[in-house]
Design a protein around this ligand. Structure first.
Ligand code: ADP
Ligand code: MG
Length: 493
């Protein structure tokens, strides 16, 4: 890769280089080469078949659903879907791998190239966003291994093969990322894509979406440095911490005159440090060769086109539509397409209210705050999209102020009432729209506050604000503040 001008922030004079390998567990009901269930959390070894136990003579059979999901991913990231790809045996010994090899795609993966695009807050200026593109090298199908369970209290280890043969799509990037923030933004975008198209449930705790971060540093303009690979990052928070630690550690080593050794490391969330597991093995160590038990995987162009025609609208396509059709800023569009559920909710609010920007403000503002505070997803929001849409209509047509609308929002949320107009009525929140009535109140206020009026005429802005306050008080907060301002200005000349 070309050196030259650094494209990210320097850390102590070093450029940070990151590439990702992500294992996404596919949502098929059964395993990639057997009919055993992939459900999480069952009793050990109850969901493993002869193929997963590697009994002699048991043969793998390709799960079409896994291939379908790989195709969907490839289309979502504008990649090439290989017409013919090949499964290989990756040989290594591990107690949780009874065959002695993992079936994976090596030389010819099913998904080739493609890219993931996302926005990053640009360094410095407020809400400005910078578009980033991370190129993908490939995404290949493979089987997961089993698990070794170390039971300290009985001093023994057991093997659980329930996870053996679970379908994975491993997604590999070019070393295109230049900071931990960019790496986390990439991982979040990738997570959004795979959950949006439904090929992965995205559950990071259960290991459905595991990231390996390859990290190196170099002086700007130098060749790529030696990388260390941080394995199995299963939370965005740890991802950021682990990469930041690793970068500091590598710089310290280099500054102390030590070379970096290529290695695989683990992040320990308790200490906040990474530590070496093993020195990195090369592809040659695995003695890859095509698996004679599986024919090449052939994906017809007709199948690809059929999948393409049935794909759901992708988040970035939807975001672009929000910008074009609703006139929303790109930032809003990005936020509103965080998940399908949020996007659908927003569209329903916008349709009811016919006020897309207000709808966006309320969904991203008040509603998100509430959901976050109560740790709820939008699927179980205390206020329906229709109700919020109606409330926004009442702000737009001047019936209620923003503040009053917040009170109605509260009442809807807590279930005090269901109907927006009935609540506005019952709580006496209607904004005063009758100009005649308002003018009369303002005349009274002016008469009662002669001293303030004099001060305003002498150019005292504070005294003017005091009059606005008095008028609002006299209307019990029901006047439109802008209208009060305007009328006062008119009357005071
Ligand atoms: P391997 O075959 O050993 O897994 P790859 O060449 O496939 O190595 O790279 C694995 C990952 O490491 C890719 O995501 C790639 O972008 C990333 N990577 C490669 N070189 C570097 C480097 N010098 N610094 C950071 N990441 C790198
Ligand atoms: Mg690799």
């Amino acid at each position: 890769m070309q050196a030259g001008r650094p494209t990210g922030p320097l850390v102590q004079g070093y450029e940070v280089i990151i590439g990702f390998e992500t294992h996404t567990q596919l949502t098929t009901k059964s395993k990639i080469f057997s009919r055993a269930s992939t459900a999480f959390g069952a009793e050990p070894n109850t969901q493993a078949s002869a193929v997963d136990f590697a009994l002699p003579g048991a043969l793998p059979v390709m799960n079409k659903g896994a291939v379908l999901r790989a195709i969907e991913f490839g289309l979502a990231v504008n990649a090439h879907i290989a017409e013919r790809s090949v499964f290989a045996r990756k040989n290594y010994f591990y107690p949780d791998l009874p065959k002695g090899y993992q079936i994976s795609q090596f030389e010819i993966p099913v998904v080739q190239g493609g890219s993931v695009e996302f926005f990053l807050p640009s360094t410095g200026s407020g809400q400005a966003l910078e578009k980033k593109t991370v190129r993908l090298v490939r995404a290949h199908l493979e089987e997961d291994a089993g698990k070794s369970l170390h039971e300290d209290f009985i001093g023994m280890s057991g093997i659980d093969l329930n996870r053996a043969g679970t379908p994975l799509l491993e997604i590999v990037t070019e070393p295109d990322m230049r900071s931990s923030a960019e790496a986390v933004a990439y991982a979040k975008e990738l997570h959004k894509i795979v959950t949006w198209i439904g090929i992965c449930d995205g559950n990071m705790q259960e290991g459905s979406f595991r990231c390996d971060a390859n990290v190196s540093v170099r002086k700007p303009g130098a060749e790529l440095g030696t990388r260390r690979e941080i394995k199995n990052l299963n939370s965005f928070k740890f991802m950021q911490q682990a990469i930041d630690y690793e970068v500091r550690w590598q710089i310290e080593q280099l500054e102390d005159g030590h070379a970096i050794q290529q290695a695989t490391v683990l992040f320990d969330p308790d200490t906040g440090e990474t530590r070496s597991m093993r020195t990195k093995e090369d592809a040659a160590d695995y003695r890859y060769f095509p698996d004679p038990d599986l024919p090449p995987l052939v994906v017809s162009r007709e199948w690809v086109e059929q999948v393409r025609s049935e794909m759901t609208e992708l988040p970035r396509v939807m975001a672009a539509r929000f910008v074009k059709d609703y006139g929303l800023p790109e930032y809003d569009a990005g936020q509103l397409t965080q998940s399908k559920a949020v996007a659908a909710y927003f569209e329903a609010v916008a349709a009811t209210s016919q006020q897309p920007k207000l709808a966006s403000n309320w969904v991203m503002g008040e509603l998100s705050r509430r959901l976050n505070a109560e740790d709820k997803g939008i699927e179980i929001s205390g206020i329906s999209a229709r109700q919020l849409g109606q409330l926004i209509s009442r702000i737009a047509d001047g019936t209620v102020s923003n503040n009053a609308a917040r009170q109605v929002f509260d009442a809807l949320w807590t279930g005090e009432g269901q109907d927006v107009d009935a609540l506005i009525e019952a709580k006496g929140l209607k904004q005063m729209s009758d100009t005649g009535e308002l003018e009369k109140i303002i005349d009274d206020v002016l008469a009662a506050n002669a001293k303030n009026v004099e001060e305003v005429r002498a150019g005292n802005a504070k005294a003017f604000n005091a009059l606005v306050g008095q008028a609002m008080k006299a209307t019990k907060g029901k006047a439109n503040p802008a209208q009060v301002n305007e009328l006062l200005k008119k009357k005071l000349g």
